[in-house]
Design a protein around this ligand. Sequence first.
Ligand code: C2E
Ligand code: MG
Ligand code: MG
Length: 358
Amino acid sequence: DSDIVARLGGDEFVIVLTGVEEIRLVANIAKQIIYSLGLTYKIDDHELHSTPSIGISTFPRDGINADDLMKNADTAMYHAKDEGRNNYQFYTDEFNKIAHERMTIEYDLRVALEKNQFELYYQPKIDTLDGSISGLEALLRWNHPKQGLLMPDKFISIAEETGLIEPIGDWVLNEACRQSNLWHRQEGLSLKMSVNLSPKQLCDPKLVERLHEIMKKYKIAENKLELEITENAVMTNTEQAIDQMTAIREAGVYLAIDDFGTGYSSLSYLKSFPIQVLKIDRTFVRDIEEDEDDAAICRATISLSHDLGLTVVAEGVETKAQKDFLTSHKCDSLQGYLFSRPLPASEVLQYIKKNLNS
Ligand code: C2E
Ligand code: MG
Ligand code: MG
């Protein structure tokens, strides 16, 4: 008699509760709604249930007109979805701040390329046999005009969602190869350069053509360029991904599986991927000394990879004990703060020269 239930369209509904004396009661109602909608119901032979996400805004705290109340309930609902659905969330200013920051980043990201705000840092990978540098990984940084140096975790996912990752990723590929070529001509260096490839780029039908073009332009020798892709990128569209990887390999480019152990980690699939390198994620390396399970995973991954003919790189090596453990188990290369943080081009060149002389 007193409340309003309305269907806005699609699967969105609005419930207006009036005369609520205590916020606590609203939470109870939200719980009841989730419970009721979660009960199984039968359609034909199917047992179905739904997992609603509820966002709640309250008058007058979160808005004094319908527009603001609806907008803020919507923001809270997206937060409920992010939290895994089937829950309710009250609107808070914090959500608004997060949403606002995201929008700012997205907006600024659109002009970052043309304003030349990106920069590549390089992190050396060290060969465990002789301590030489076995390659460099190019890591993207954004010199934001207001926020300073931004790390990829602040903007890569937004770039992925908005599709901006394609032009940005293309810039990275070109820039890493340009730098390689410069070091080759000016310093006589020929190091293997690794570039991270986003899942979107891996699906791009123009990728291989573009690789050929860039390698020709910068005279990149066979097997001096490596692309790092995550397991998840391969597993989402496996057959297509394998075709693309095969074509990349035929172009003379190395392929590495990045962050191994954090995704599907399907060892049986590993065999069917045309990859040459496997990178053990740093979460396993981190606790190698204390956690017997992590140590066992690292040992097993190294030995299995070797059986499959793959080279193994360990990420995030920060201590001498980690280095010693991985070296004694014949991990091929190590990457981490123990040796060097990712550095701007000029600084990494100093590091390389020092390493050559020692
Ligand atoms: P990733 O490819 O796994 O890169 C390794 C990350 O570990 C880098 O973080 C590096 O700075 C960090 N790291 C290296 N050694 C250590 C260590 O000893 N300890 C700790 N705690 N961390 C270490 P970064 O540069 O923030 O990059 C994060 C992720 O962003 C990368 O993970 C990669 O997935 C992504 N990314 C970076 N550049 C690009 C890019 O050009 N394109 C795409 N698509 N993704 C990129
Ligand atoms: Mg990587
Ligand atoms: Mg990694």
